[in-house]
Design a protein around this ligand. Sequence first.
Ligand code: NAD
Length: 502
Amino acid sequence: MIVEQIFSNLGIGPSLLSSGNLAVRSPISGNVIASVVEDTPQTLKAKTSNCQKAFMEWRKVPAPQRGELVRLIGEELRANKSALGALVTLESGKILQEGQGEVQEMIDVCDFAVGLSRQLHGLTIASERPGHRMMETWHPLGPVGVITAFNFPVAVWSWNTMLALVCGNSILWKPSEKTPLAALACANLFEKAVARFGGAPEALLQVVIGDKALGEAIAKEKRFALVSATGSCAMGKALAPLVAKRLGRSLLELGGNNAMIVAPSADLDLAVRAILFAAVGTAGQRCTSLRRLIVHQSIKTELIDRLKKAYNSVRVGNPFDDDTLVGPLIDQSSYDRMQKALSQARKEGAIVTGGERVEQSDYPDAFYVNPAIVEQNVQNDLMRDETFAPILYAVPYSTLDQAIKIQNDVSQGLSSCIFTNDVREAEEFMSVTGSDCGIANVNIGPSGAEIGGAFGGEKDTGGGRESGSDSWRNYMRRATNTVNYSQDLPLAQGIVFHTGHE
Ligand code: NAD
């Protein structure tokens, strides 16, 4: 599907597609499909001021009314799911099912945030003083800077934006420079919802287009009360000190190196299906993609044989084709990193199956690969790195303690899972001595989370939690209020402070 057609389905004129100098390539063909205007430090400053002005107004709108705007955004997304999903596929290369799934995730988050808009609650706390009441009140935080990665070009924005909006904040969004079109399309749908809502301040959402220099400028800009950044661990390590230097808040969703432990009692049919979706789906380009298989030595040969057969049946190709399960890698640098990791693995004695470039004659400028399985005896530094491509390392284990140790022995801490039918193993895995990740599943793969839970990870994954549960608190500030309705002025801790005026 051509980009002009998709844009016209989204009600956007073609002029935006040739408006500037930033070339946008589709990973499907490697061809330039648009060139859009890049922001400058000056336009960022102006948009930040607009964002600040919008916040001063939006914070005063009652939260359930703010929820009404999010409900309307959800309606726009429902009406445009097919076109926006196709744009996500065109720009990021994920298969159409997953492109549509990403938009569905946005719709789900809208529904969640609408409900939340009537439930932003604080506590009432017992006061030690007679005739006093103590409580917590949650207030809007301020303008929120949102920086997103190429692989979830729209869903991660919506996790942040729908919550930030009902919490009373304005948003400035810097999408990945590799996927600006989906962001511009979302901004257009957002404006349609704003027009239907009537009365929202101007510039409640601002989009800025640019690379990491613009991201760094957002990190340094003190008017952003919160910078929510999604991307590689390297990005988080560069960005967090900039935000911390001005004592701002950051919410980090960084790289993962997700593992599955397959125990002797596991249902291997389920495990194979889960591995396939998690390891080869999205061409291994999910933060939660399965990268490490820790399999009991007694079943390793059987599982790997079954996996190799399953991998052989996976169709790699154009993500718009119905029977394709694996689309292209985002670009050549991603392909180069994959090949470098595989050649290092071979050098270190691993058995590598798959990983070859395919579809080269049809798409000479795009990078399609067969997903790879890398069998090794122990976990090495190569395996401890997140290579953002479909590489699944497999190592054997003999005891559960050893498996958990291998699972936790990486710097990232995003997602993890165990396949077992033994309740003791399952509980051990989820206990304090089990997985150290933000997500720990049983008999479900590490990827494809629902929006209702808090999403995020520990250690180098950054510690942030987004989307469901109580993640909304990230986007608000807390005030503790004590009200004295007595005629005395007792002091806390029983302090006596005679002034002579009692
Ligand atoms: P990336 O780190 O290259 O870029 C992500 C975003 O950060 C882009 O918008 C980029 O312009 C910006 N950026 C890069 N360096 C920056 C800097 N120093 N300061 C400010 N901004 C900067 O990541 P990518 O290649 O787009 O995405 C893949 C990575 O993202 C993987 O590591 C993946 O695991 C991670 N990811 C994590 C999550 C999560 O929720 N934990 C979700 C999606 C992707």
